[in-house]
Design a protein around this ligand. Structure first.
Ligand code: DX5
Ligand code: ZN
Length: 216
């Protein structure tokens, strides 16, 4: 099972509705919320994501790169996001927050920056629906894939398999037609791609090509 989640960070922000409609074969639409505090970049917040939710025919995979997730993450679940992923570094109580998100009807994801170890979370995998192993420093699209994150991804894959839990393993950053196979080999099943999709002449064709590359 392979999931391809285009990131609208690489779409045209004044033509988002048009660009959302350009990826019908995608599984989810990846929505990057940045607050200029947790990461040095700013995108949009709850009001905008609410409108994206209204007009998108794909379910939303919300990636919160913000502080104060204990306050804000539940609000994204309440507006109907299929999945809400917060950064482990942004809360002292990730399990409590994941339980809250699930109780609100959303899937709960935990994200790890390249320098954040996975060990502290491996005993609690059943509390999460998704682990996002960042393959770039969060904040910007178009960066190069950090292959040094692959041992951590493999470590999470091994722990998920050993625990026998159904946790999706997502990678985000620098995923393209060649790096997607590297991440797949290290255990990823869910792939975010921004510039690789929206930088293509035909974004939907690129979604299919990425899927084929991940299945090959
Ligand atoms: C980066 C974001 C990513 C970004 C990926 O911090 O979390 O979702 O859109 O962009 P690409 O695929 O261009 O690396
Ligand atoms: Zn992202």
């Amino acid at each position: 099972m392979v999931r391809i989640n285009p990131s609208i960070l690489a779409a045209d922000f004044v033509n988002l509705q048009r660009d959302l409609a350009r990826i019908p074969s995608a599984d989810f639409v990846h929505v990057d919320v940045m607050d200029n505090h947790f990461v040095p970049n700013l995108t949009f917040g709850l009001q905008m994501v609410g409108r994206i939710q209204d007009v998108s025919s794909l379910p939303l995979d919300v990636h919160l790169m913000i502080d104060d997730v204990d306050r804000w993450a539940p609000e994204y679940a309440k507006l109907g996001a299929f999945s809400v992923t917060f950064h482990a570094e942004a809360t002292d109580a990730p399990v409590d927050l994941a339980r809250r998100l699930r109780s609100l009807g959303s899937r709960a994801g935990i994200a790890l920056k390249p320098g954040t170890p996975a060990e502290p979370y491996l005993d609690d995998l059943a509390e999460f629906d998704q682990v996002l192993v960042m393959t770039v420093e969060p904040g910007f699209g178009g960066q190069g894939f950090l292959a040094e994150t692959m041992p951590k991804l493999q470590q999470v894959r091994d722990a998920v398999d050993a625990a026998g839990v159904d946790v999706w393993l997502q990678v985000d950053g620098g995923i393209d037609l060649s790096t997607i196979a590297v991440a797949r080999d290290a255990g990823a099943d869910t792939f975010v791609a921004g510039s690789a999709v929206y930088g293509a002449a035909d974004p939907d064709l690129r979604v299919s090509a990425l899927r084929e590359a991940a299945l090959r």
